[in-house]
Design a protein around this ligand. Structure first.
Ligand SMILES: Nc1ncnc2c1ncn2[C@@H]1O[C@H](COP(=O)(O)OP(=O)(O)OP(=O)(O)O)[C@@H](O)[C@H]1O
Ligand SMILES: [Mg+2]
Length: 253
């Protein structure tokens, strides 16, 4: 069964059809690339899938259940996590604290009970911290756990954002241009990390302009242009598809 199913998803901003009848599915364990020229509607698709924007029409289902109008927080609890094209970290917090904000979504002893921290709360907190430190280790930031998040280099901030998303224990992780601004060495490290995540059973949906990453990692690629899917297939086929080449090179000639 597909993990994520998108059916006829549509988003209009006034006269702009940012997403225009998009349908595709992502199977459990797949790494899917979502590519297309600037303004094709990729980020808007992510905003619709994660519930940040209400769609004009269409439907998103996760593990066979329609997400309807569910708010982002509840989608996260069902196993959807994402990162942002423009990194969104809590700049006043440390690296570790940023990851913990992801863990807290899973903690069921917050709120009222946390005002009188008993054994259960303390145990949950210790568990969350151990989990956060393990994730920092995974993304190569263990030594910087106590640094201020905004003191990190750009590439490190990208990895921190991934660690925070992983703290939600997602089934599906959606990454919006994770390699943007990274040098080729950092991109290679990122590809290694993403391969490890897949080996841990996480399904990945990746928006990316870096074709080395897309071609090197993805099982299938979905290509958007002007809000519509113009091609779906394995990377080798996509690279030779005349419609895809035309979308990237422009139509003037
Ligand atoms: N909140 C908004 N209000 C109005 N128009 C929007 C809004 N968000 C996106 N758009 C428009 O929708 C279209 C798709 O934008 P989107 O950001 O989804 O593209 P993208 O494929 O992610 O592009 P890029 O590769 O540059 O990130 C663009 O024409 C954009 O200007
Ligand atoms: Mg975008």
């Amino acid at each position: 069964m597909s993990l994520l199913e998108i059916h006829n998803l549509t988003k209009h901003f006034g006269g702009v059809k940012a997403v225009d009848g998009v349908s595709f599915a992502v199977d459990t364990g797949e790494i899917i690339g979502l590519i297309g020229p600037n303004g094709a509607g990729k980020t808007t698709c992510f905003n619709l899938i994660s519930g940040l924007l209400p769609p004009t029409g269409g439907e998103v289902s996760l593990a066979g259940e329609s997400l309807g109008t569910l708010a982002p927080y509840y989608r996260a609890r069902r196993g959807l996590a994402r990162t942002f094209q423009n990194i969104q970290l809590f700049s006043g917090m440390t690296v570790l604290e940023n990851v913990l904000t992801g863990c807290h979504q899973r903690q069921e002893v917050g709120g009222f009970r946390a005002l009188w921290p008993g054994t259960k709360v303390r145990r949950a907190e210790a568990h969350a911290e151990a989990q956060a430190r393990e994730l920092l280790e995974l993304v190569g930031l263990a030594e910087k756990a106590d640094f201020a998040a905004d003191a990190l280099a750009y590439g490190e901030q990208r990895r921190l954002e991934i660690a925070r998303a992983l703290a939600q224990e997602p089934q599906l992780l959606m990454l919006d241009e994770p390699a943007a601004g990274l040098n080729s060495r950092e991109t290679e490290d990122l590809m290694t990390l993403l391969t490890q995540l897949r080996e841990r059973g996480i399904t990945l949906l990746i928006i990316e302009h870096d074709m080395t990453l897309i071609m090197g990692l993805c099982h299938r690629v979905v290509v958007l242009d002007h809000g519509q899917v113009i091609a779906v297939g394995p990377p080798g086929e996509i690279r030779r598809d005349p419609r895809v080449i035309e979308a990237y090179l422009g139509r003037e000639d």
